[in-house]
Design a protein around this ligand. Structure first.
Ligand SMILES: Cc1cc2nc3c(=O)[nH]c(=O)nc-3n(C[C@H](O)[C@H](O)[C@H](O)COP(=O)(O)OP(=O)(O)OC[C@H]3O[C@@H](n4cnc5c(N)ncnc54)[C@H](O)[C@@H]3O)c2cc1C
Ligand code: FES
Ligand code: FES
Length: 464
């Protein structure tokens, strides 16, 4: 297979064709291959939002989108919004008139994120605008003026009766874009059409990685960390998608994004802790790409999927060379960033018991509302029979190399009524097993205190 491939996609209303390494980021293709330098180059790891573009009309950080996943899709960049002053787009005019631009470095990303937000929600409140722009950093203007600019653009688009995404997007001046590069990245990508196709591939799986949303893999590639030399792009595998409740269990496909999980009514109803955790992953841009399977496969100590899934007694079904295996979710991570999955072993289903009386809650301690890894996270679940707790679950995250289940806390809950729990004893059991580290973000004592206080608070919520 060639180290270069040709990809075709729609770009700013025109057609684009590029011949490049399949793992090259969309950001580098736009800037370095096609010369569209309005998309800025900041952190290259999904943190700053300067590279935001619309992919199928949703905002994404183009620095962590591999070009192989853009094939056949629609991309829109800030260049589509550039026009003469007299006919500038309401978003562009509002940024200028509200003084929302100083050095201007963040502005293209801000405008693209705002356009994506307004397509989804044409009349956002200031707090919804803040949430929509949480993945975009500005070092000089300050966010107040940016939020007012977006609000004013939304009002002006509304006043013009322009509440369809076609009206929110600028008028297009289509042209043809072509380009190629001889720059070598050394990673091949294949895109199987069915899960059994993967069985044949894993003859030499040592350097194989599954590519789901790429939010971990692309950052590892940029930072020159080991990330394999054959990526199996899962995006065509429909069987890896879906959120359904069957026979009292919730089944979530590993390719579901945290955005889909956070907003899905079945997850809200039967696995509330997971829905709450999903809503705190990165920023809106990250949530739209980050999958639950990738989160489990990457197995970071701070991965937010593990505590709620562990507390909810989730099982993970995997497949390796045609053989299926089922195991508790907490048996997958074995160290920070290392999993018990064998090379080539694919997560195919995440199954959560979802009884009608199950309640669950999640907490994540972090210094801002978005783009932060947890200092401490915890999740508690319980079901009730005749008012008494059955099958309780208690799990801690980010306070050890892997998720920590707390069986002593679960024993203290089982068989009791929620309002009769000895909350201090349960909090003490959690503190005893937590193994946090000192680092620049927080020290051990602080993290242990958070474990204690948040346990008390979450138990109060569950008993109300
Ligand atoms: C800016 C930023 C902020 C972030 N914030 C958070 C956060 O707040 N909380 C958090 O938990 N994470 C966070 N992350 C990490 C990341 O977004 C998540 O871990 C995400 O869920 C990974 O999913 P993905 O689809 O992008 O995985 P990918 O990068 O595609 O894959 C990650 C790993 O999982 C493996 N994998 C993927 N799918 C499968 C499968 N079906 N079976 C077996 N293995 C598989 C891959 O081989 C790879 O090793 C953040 C990342 C960035 C860049
Ligand atoms: S360059 Fe910072 S998010 Fe892409
Ligand atoms: S205007 Fe300078 S970074 Fe935002």
């Amino acid at each position: 297979m060639s180290a270069f491939q040709t990809f075709r996609f729609r770009l700013n209303g025109g057609d684009a064709e590029v011949t490049v390494p399949p793992t090259m980021s969309l950001q580098r293709v736009l800037r370095d291959v096609l010369g569209l330098t309005g998309t800025k180059d900041g952190c290259r790891e999904g943190e700053c939002g300067a590279c935001t573009v619309l992919l199928d009309r949703a905002p994404v950080d183009s620095c962590i989108v591999p070009i192989c996943q853009v094939d056949g899709r629609e991309v829109m960049t800030i260049e589509a919004f550039s026009g003469r002053e007299s006919d500038s787009h309401p978003l562009v005019s509002a940024f200028v008139s509200h003084g929302a631009v100083q050095c201007g470095f963040c502005t293209p990303g801000m405008i693209m994120s705002a356009a994506g937000l307004l397509i989804d929600n044409p009349d956002p409140s200031p707090s919804e605008i803040e949430a929509g722009l949480a993945g975009n950093l500005c070092r000089c203007t300050g966010y107040e003026k940016i939020v007012s600019a977006v609000k004013s653009a939304a009002d002006s688009l509304g006043n013009r009766g322009s509440r369809s995404d076609r009206a929110i997007l600028p008028a297009m001046h289509p042209r043809r874009y072509t380009g190629q590069t001889s720059e070598f990245e050394g990673i091949r990508v294949i895109r199987p059409e069915s899960i059994p196709d993967i069985d044949a591939l894993v003859a030499d799986p040592a350097t194989l990685r599954f590519l789901a949303g790429g939010t971990d893999l692309m950052v590892q590639k940029t930072n020159r960390k080991p990330c394999g030399d054959l990526w199996v792009d899962l995006s065509a595998l429909k069987d890896l998608r879906g959120i359904d409740r069957v026979n009292g269990s919730l089944r979530i496909g590993p390719l579901e994004t945290y955005h889909a999980i956070a907003t899905h009514p079945l997850v809200k109803q039967y696995a509330r802790a997971l829905s709450e955790a999903a809503a705190m992953i990165g920023s809106d841009h990250i949530m739209r790409r980050a999958t639950i399977g990738g989160n489990l496969g990457n197995a970071a100590a701070c991965a937010d999927g593990y505590p709620p899934l562990t507390a909810l007694h989730a099982q993970v079904r995997t497949r390796l060379k045609g053989t299926t295996r089922v195991r508790p979710v907490e048996s997958i991570p074995v160290a920070n960033g290392r999993s018990s999955l064998e090379p080539g072993e694919l997560i195919t289903d995440i199954v959560i018991p979802a009884g009608d009386t199950t309640r669950s809650v999640f907490h994540k301690s972090m210094p801002r509302h978005a783009q932060c890894i947890a200092k401490v996270s915890l999740a508690i679940s319980m079901s009730l029979i005749d008012g008494k707790i059955v099958n309780p679950g208690f799990a801690l995250g980010a306070v050890g190399p892997t998720v920590i289940r707390v069986p002593d806390a679960e024993s203290l809950m089982a068989g009791r009524r929620p309002e009769e729990l000895d909350r201090n004893a349960i909090a003490h059991a959690a503190v005893l097993v937590a193994r946090p580290i000192n680092d620049f973000r927080s020290d051990i004592d602080y993290r242990l205190r958070i474990v204690e206080l948040e346990t008390l608070r979450l138990l109060q919520i569950l008993s109300d």
